[in-house]
Design a protein around this ligand. Structure first.
Ligand code: HEM
Length: 403
């Protein structure tokens, strides 16, 4: 009993000391800031900041709700870390284009550091030499890769105590996080080893985000059977005796528009990958200090009713005959691959692969929901996760097209 009391007293003392330090620091910085306007920010708890408002999963939805309250640019406090949340096309234009050279850093997330060998991969490295030598994974067993990507995703979603309170890093050892990271890093090592060996033999690989893009497009087309019919009719008209060929994709404008519309509604990486400000700057009227983490909510930007009519509806037509919407982020309202110098280098590969796969699925088969399930009850809702999938597995019945 005595030891329980001692423990809880100790916790109170630690909380008191931490809160005092944070209060003194914020008083000091507010004095330093003088009359600078402050970024809007939801009320924060001592020590935890706004962590409790994020909860587990669906962060893009929670951040969209907060943006509706606090505006397209607001600040979150996650422990001792500051994160700027960007939720409108106008602000994303500033961050990913106009001031791209300042917003192009990557935060040194604890789990990412460990599984990427001190940020030696492309996605997590700070902007510099390593970013300009871009390559891709070679082929390996897709099941193993998917399993591995799931594990990596779960780890990347884990907010480590070391990230929030670096001085309490030992807690990550105590909770077993360090050992999970070590095991995952070892497994990744084995995969990379095999990838290197197999790279020359095979080029047949895709990756998780690409398969998610195909999945969402299929789900939306099944949910919208009229669209499915129109897209399929064009695919079958274009494809000849040799089957689907890559060079025919340009003639499948309906399929390409459907893929874009699916990615507008369901960007496979809804919050892109966090960026970091590499030196002090000014954004809109606000001072943004170096090392502020930046979260761009591409999901919310793709569904912003200021930019899109009937934003929540799947309307393929909006991408027909409209060249301004390519995948490079030329028009910042549509950024499933983000934009600027940290934008995805895999766009051409991923979109070709996704379009080819979708064209094959639609050319060879007609697709139906399993018996007993109707369109009305078929929900296109996402699961939790950094790269969400459909909440329930997409189970469809293929019917071979009659020649
Ligand atoms: C539909 C499929 C894909 C989507 C939606 C996607 C999306 C993204 C997004 C949103 C980012 C973060 C950009 C930012 O932080 O501003 C990213 C980064 C990246 N992607 Fe993709 N991606 C896809 C497929 C691929 C493929 C197939 C490859 C490799 C062949 C790839 C390689 C990369 C790399 C290396 C980065 C890090 C770039 C950097 O930090 O400089 N991606 N991707």
């Amino acid at each position: 009993m005595a030891s329980v009391q001692l423990d809880s007293s100790l916790v109170y003392v630690i909380l008191f000391v931490l809160s005092s330090i944070l209060i003194v620091r914020s008083l000091r910085s507010s004095r330093k800031d003088g009359l600078r306007p402050h970024l809007p920010s939801p009320p924060a708890l001592p020590v935890l900041g706004n962590l409790h408002q994020l909860g587990r999963g669906h962060h893009h939805r929670k951040l969209q709700a907060l943006a509706r309250q606090y505006g397209p640019l607001f600040l979150l406090r996650l422990g001792s870390m500051r994160a700027l949340v960007v939720s409108s096309a106008a602000m994303a234009e500033e961050v990913l284009k106009t001031q791209d050279h300042i917003f192009c850093g990557r935060p040194q997330q604890y789990t990412a550091r460990a599984i990427s060998y001190d940020f030696r991969d492309i996605g997590f490295s700070s902007y510099g030499d390593r970013c300009q030598c871009k390559s891709m994974l070679g082929g390996t067993d897709p099941g193993t890769v998917c399993e591995m990507l799931d594990e990596v995703t779960v780890l990347l979603e884990t907010i480590a105590v070391s990230d929030l309170f670096p001085q309490f890093g030992w807690v990550d050892w105590l909770t077993g996080l360090d050992s999970r990271i070590e095991t995952t890093a070892r497994k990744l090592d084995a995969i990379f080893e095999r990838v290197l060996q197999e790279h020359e033999k095979s080029s047949e690989n895709g990756i998780d985000t690409t398969s998610k893009a195909i999945l969402w497009a299929m789900a939306e087309l099944v949910k919208n059977p009229n669209e499915m019919e129109k897209v399929q009719a064009q695919v079958r008209q274009v494809v000849g005796a040799q089957g689907v060929l890559e060079q025919q994709l340009g003639k499948m404008s309906r399929l390409q528009a459907a893929m874009k519309e699916a990615m507008r509604l369901h960007p496979p990486v809804p919050l892109v990958i966090p960026h970091e400000v590499i030196r002090d700057t000014k954004l809109h009227v606000y001072h943004i200090p170096a090392q502020t983490r930046v979260i761009v909510n591409a999901w919310a930007i793709g569904r912003d009713s200021e930019s899109w009519e009937n934003a929540e509806e799947f309307l393929r037509e909006r991408f027909m005959h409209n060249n301004i919407f390519d995948y490079s982020g030329k028009d910042i309202r549509f950024i499933p691959f983000s934009a600027g110098r940290r934008g995805c280098p895999g766009i051409a590969f991923a979109t070709r692969l996704a379009e080819l796969a979708l064209a094959n699925l639609l050319y060879h088969f007609n697709w139906e929901l399993p018996e007993g399930q109707d369109i009305e009850s078929f929900e296109v809702v996402e699961s939790n996760g950094l790269s969400p999938s459909l909440k329930s597995d997409l189970i469809l019945v293929p019917k071979l097209m009659q020649a």
